[in-house]
Structures are given as C-alpha cells and as structure tokens.
Design a binder for this molecule. Structure first.
Ligand code: FAD
Length: 453
C-alpha cells in the first residue's frame, strides 16, 4: 500500500502512545500503534488476579484535579466517570498509633483553600505552619522570578534556604515531594516541585482534588483508546516489538523494522517508549545527535508496591500517609474498589524512590511493610494475612533530580519525521500520567503541523 501523508506509526502503547494515537485518529490520520507486550498500558496497567478475584494495578495510581490533559483524554474515551473524585483534598497522615492529622483543604477559593489546610494541620505547630506558608510563597516567587537559581536546587536545598525544620519536612514537604516526584528530596528538582505545587495547590480548589480509578487501571483507558483508533481505520497491534528504525537517503525515517522481520512504512513516526528503548531503536551513533545526546544520562527511580489481602478490614480510610516509616502510603482497595467480600481487607502499599528497597527479597519487603503497618495501626496485628504480592517497578519513572530534569529532550527531534512522546519528555512536569498525556498530545500536534493538517 502506498504511504500517505497521514500515515503514522506510533511505537508504545502506554498513556503517551495511546493519547497521541487517539488525537491523531480523531484528526483523520491512519494510525498503526505497536506495543511489544501482550497488553496495552505500559507502566500503568492492571490485571485480573485469579486468586483474589480482584483487578490488581501494578501500583496504585493517583490522579489530581490539575491533570487537565488526562481528564480531557478520559472524557474523550468516555471513561471519566470511572474515576472517583474527592471534591476536597483530605489526606490523613499518621506519625504513630492514634497520632493522626489531616491535610484538609477548606471550602475557599484557591489558593486560600490550601493556606487554610496548612493552618489547620495538627502535626505542625503554629510557628511551623506560618513558616510553611512563607516557604510556599517563596517557592512560587522563585519559580516566577528566579527560575534559573531554582533549577539548581534540590527540594532539600530549597528547604534549607527557607529554614524549614525537621518536622515540617518530615510531616509535610517530603511526603508530597516523594509522592509527586518519586525521588529522594535530597536529589529531586525544586523547579519540578514548584510546578507541582503551582498546578495542584496554588490553583483552583478542584485542581487539588485526588482522583482514583474505581476499575482496574487498564480498563480506564487501554481498550477504550484502542477502539477509537481502530474505529477510525487504524491498527493497534500488541506483541509487536519494534526492533529498529530504518532511514532513507534523505535522513528521514523510512520504516520501522519489527523483531519478527516485518517492516512498517509511514510518513511520520512517534516513539512513545522509555529512553533506554528509544536508544535501541536508533542507529548506532545517533546518541551523538543533539536530540538524543542526553538519553544515556537519564537515570531512573524505582517504586515498590505490596498488595496484601487480609481476613478482615484493617482501616476505614481510603488512603493514609505514613510519616517516619519506610512505607509511605497505604491504599484501602476495598474502600476504593469494592470487590469480593470473602476477603474484606485488601490493602496496597507504596514505597516511591525505592532505591534502598528494590533489590530486597519479597519476604524482607513484606516484613518491612507489614511491620510499618502494625506500628502505625496496631489493630492490624489482629488481621491474618491471607496473601501478599510484591510488584517491583525498577524503572518506574525517570529520576527527577536537578541534572536529569534539565536533560529531558523535546518532542521534535533533529530527524524531521521522528517525534518523541513519554512521561520523560520535557513537559515541565514530573514523570506522571499527566506528563505522558501532555507529551502524547504535543507529539500529535507536531505531526499534524508537519503534515499541515
Ligand atoms: C508503580 C507506579 C506508580 C505510579 N504512580 C503514579 C501516580 O500515582 N500518578 C501518576 O500520575 N503517575 C504515576 N506513575 C507514573 C505513570 O505510570 C507513568 O508516568 C506513565 O504510565 C508513563 O506512560 P508512558 O506512555 O510515557 O510510558 P510507558 O507506560 O512506559 O509506555 C511505553 C510503552 O512502550 C512499550 N514499548 C517499549 N519498547 C517497545 C518496542 N520496542 N516496541 C513496541 N513497544 C515498546 C512498552 O511496553 C510500554 O507499553 C506511576 C508509575 C509506576 C510504575
């Protein structure tokens, strides 16, 4: 079949590839999307667990009201109503048994809603609360007027500069930084942190809301996106491993060669894979080209998750932050999901920035996490563990340290018909679903602009 201007190949079926695919299919492009795994979803997927009857996510994903691109994407897919939104942010933070305090926004216009949350947060004393508010304003000031200086600072260095004490860091700043940047605050970029704070907490009240899926993650977007692409004449092919890109004499990509030997031609190509995979697709020496020079320097950060089923409910809360333990978050999947009642206690635990944990054995991780659970919620000791499943995402996100963040490449490359997408592209956001979807939209926009569509 002759190649037409609107033929596009997308490599990668995560949030980035699928959002690019849907955007292009809607603009009349003929999309061929290749995914190497048997199922779509990339680093945000779920599977049916035959033992428990539950849909299990690779790790709990939380979305926020400020994920405007993602919410618009889900709206297009018709699955926006599969998210529960808590209209006001209310995060219970435990520093020990019965030592609970809540970061709860007030029904005030943003950002006053957040200021009120800080002023009411009981883990901080009155002076600490005021100091936190001052630091928040300072962060917004530096983001706006001293961006270069802020880009050199880690979150911890920013906290030093604004004299945030140990309690403010431990009970507030660092849990937020770890959750949103998946990175050790000693390394994490203060610029990225400022962007998260601006979008989530210094904006409208509803932008601070937490949202989570009431279905398995894959059911939120994978098949619905596939349907839109295929209904508009495209193809979505799983178990299709792109092996390398082939180039014509004009320096443009002419086709993608698959591992099984087949080749696919198109006018434009979007690589929506992670940096290590992209390097494998490129010809030797391409890493020297300016668009790809930094790919080898980008580091990654792991996340460890434990799914645990108990014979009884352990807590009524939907999610709880643990302060001062290795385990950072507990998600109560029975409250979030519902599900089979013969195993009333289904909890999921998260350790982000988990470099010290990712190579430990399952037994060690289970002991650490359940030890933290019992320390924070002593009643959990009465619950019998029926089953535990550890999921290690060794390359959960790119590292968001100050150096890596500045090396993230742009959508448009030095090869005229090759575009990049993925949560790790320079979107100004940490490597999140919202960054992936924004990058997918940007790649679709760039392809459309090139074709004049
Ligand atoms: C445990 C965990 C928890 C997280 N929690 C959150 C959260 O709470 N909130 C949030 O916003 N984000 C969270 N994230 C981050 C979020 O999952 C990612 O930002 C997002 O899924 C990235 O999507 P992507 O499309 O950019 O990349 P990916 O999902 O990695 O997609 C790339 C796809 O390309 C495919 N591929 C690779 N090579 C080839 C090839 N040669 N040929 C064909 N296909 C190929 C891969 O199989 C993959 O499906 C979390 C991530 C993890 C791992």
């Amino acid at each position: 079949m002759a190649v037409e201007a609107k033929d596009v190949v997308i490599i990668g079926g995560g949030f980035a590839g699928l959002s690019a695919g849907v955007a292009l299919a809607e603009r009349g492009f003929r999309v061929a999307l290749l995914e190497s795994k048997p199922a779509l979803g990339g680093r945000a997927y779920s599977f049916a667990d035959p033992d428990s009857g539950d849909f299990v996510d690779n790790g709990q994903h939380v979305l926020m009201g400020c994920y405007h691109a993602t919410l618009a994407f889900l709206e297009k897919l018709g699955t926006r109503d599969r998210l529960i939104a808590r209209p006001d942010l209310a995060i219970e933070m435990l520093t020990g048994p019965q030592q609970s305090a809540c970061v709860r926004t007030a029904r005030l216009p943003g950002p006053l809603h957040m200021a009120a949350a800080i002023l009411r947060y009981q883990h901080l004393g009155p002076t600490e609360r005021l100091s936190v508010l001052r630091a928040g304003l300072r962060l917004m000031y530096m983001r706006r007027f001293q961006a270069r200086r802020l880009a050199q600072l880690s979150v911890a260095q920013f906290m030093d500069a604004t004299r945030q004490n140990e309690t403010a860091r431990r009970c507030l700043w660092y849990p937020i930084a770890l959750a949103t940047l998946s990175e050790d605050p000693q390394l994490a970029s203060a610029s990225l942190f400022a962007e998260v704070m601006r979008l989530a907490f210094f904006a409208r009240r509803r932008d601070s809301a937490f949202l989570y899926a009431t279905v398995g993650l894959s059911d939120l977007y994978c098949e619905p996106a596939r349907r839109i692409i295929e209904d508009r004449g495209g193809v979505v092919a799983c178990r299709s491993i792109a092996d390398h890109l082939e180039f014509g004499d004009d320096g443009r990509v002419s086709r993608v060669r698959l591992r099984d030997g087949a080749a696919l031609q198109a006018a434009n190509f979007i690589a929506a894979v992670t940096p290590d995979r992209l390097l494998k697709l490129l010809p030797e020496g391409a890493a020297g080209a300016s668009s790809f020079a930094a790919l080898t320097d980008l580091k990654t950060s792991p996340i460890v998750c434990l799914h645990a089923w108990f014979d009884r409910p352990v807590t009524d809360a939907a999610f709880v932050g643990f302060v001062g333990t290795d385990t950072q978050w507990l998600f109560n999947k029975r409250v979030i999901f519902g599900g089979p009642s013969d195993r009333p206690g289904y909890l999921s635990f998260v350790i982000s920035g988990a470099r010290d944990f990712v190579s430990r054995s399952n037994g060690e991780l289970i002991d650490i996490i359940l030890g933290d659970l019992r320390r924070m919620i002593p009643a959990a000791a009465k619950a019998r563990l029926l089953r535990a499943m550890v999921i290690r995402e060794k390359q959960a996100t790119i590292a968001t340290d100050t150096v890596s963040n500045l090396k993230r490449p742009a959508t448009i490359t030095s090869i005229p018909n090759l575009f990049l997408a993925g949560d790790w592209i320079q979107t100004g956001l940490p490597a999140t679903i919202e960054s992936a979807v924004r990058s997918g939209n940007a790649a679709a926009e760039a392809v459309s602009a090139r074709v004049g569509a």
